[in-house]
Design a protein around this ligand. Structure first.
Ligand code: ADP
Ligand code: ADP
Length: 231
């Protein structure tokens, strides 16, 4: 089953009379349960692609179906709902609320989704345990290491059982040991069925996913299996 289906997708930025073709007719299908990394040089369209995948930005032209929803036909309110329910975001800089406990950070997306108190509690604890932070739930971000902060962010991305987890340079601010731990968590989540797409500059990180899609000048120039997917 296709979780993501993109056809002839274009993104053209216009600043006055200067136009930048950031995506030039991209086709991309990602099935449920895939673990994909997006690579490519600076300016090749990776961020633009992730913003569109995350329903944060709209394509200029083309089709995008996420979990059978036709994204280009939705209004802002419907898009906001999709972002909250279908997409789990993980960022390079964690984007946690600073003066707020790990537990409260993870609870937040469920508040927006009107989940009741008991279920919020159960799901927050389950997600924090899943990333190995069951004993750190009352810690605030500044009391946690970088790797632990990113694990809170992953727990937060999980709690609404999203159709896809989108991670933009999730290991970009981490040392290699913490990076490996984060990739191990993604691997485990993927084995449990999660569909995951990450952007990375690091070939070693990309090889830990199962499929590597390379962008150049707004087009996909390579789409291959990663080493980890080979026997
Ligand atoms: P990457 O993430 O691979 O570095 P981007 O998607 O950020 O690439 O950028 C792709 C191209 O689009 C680049 O030429 C960039 O300068 C341009 N671009 C990105 N965002 C904007 C914007 N908001 N306005 C104008 N041009 C943009
Ligand atoms: P990344 O490091 O993720 O590739 P970029 O440096 O390409 O990010 O872009 C950072 C932000 O600036 C993005 O939100 C992007 O849309 C915007 N941006 C990138 N290039 C341009 C540009 N030429 N004009 C305006 N905004 C841009």
């Amino acid at each position: 089953i296709n979780m993501i289906k993109i056809e002839n997708l274009w993104k053209i930025y216009s600043n006055g009379n200067i136009k930048v073709e950031a995506l030039k007719g991209v086709d991309l299908k990602i099935e449920e349960g895939e673990f994909v990394s997006i690579m490519g040089p600076s300016g090749s369209g990776k961020s633009t692609m992730m913003n569109i995948l995350g329903c944060l930005d709209k394509p200029t032209k083309g089709k995008y179906e996420l979990d059978n929803a036709k994204i280009e036909e939705l209004n802002e309110l419907e898009l906001a709902k999709i972002r909250n329910k279908k997409i789990g975001f993980v960022f390079q800089s964690f984007n946690l609320l600073p003066r707020t406990s790990a537990y409260k950070n993870v609870e937040l997306p469920m508040l927006y989704a009107n989940v009741n108190f008991k279920e919020r509690h159960d799901r927050a604890l389950e997600a924090l345990k899943k990333v190995g932070l069951g004993d750190r739930i009352h810690h605030k971000p500044n009391e946690l290491s970088g790797g632990q902060k990113q694990r809170v962010a992953i727990a937060r991305a999980l709690v609404n059982s999203p159709a896809v987890i989108l991670a933009d340079e999730p290991t970009g601010n981490l040392d290699s040991k913490s990076s490996d731990e984060i990739m191990d968590i993604f691997k485990k989540l993927n084995e449990e069925g999660a569909t995951i797409v990450i952007v990375t500059h690091e070939p070693d990180i990309a090889q830990k996913t199962k499929r590597i899609v390379v962008f150049k000048d707004g087009e996909i120039v390579e789409d291959t299996k990663a080493l980890s997917s080979k026997p």
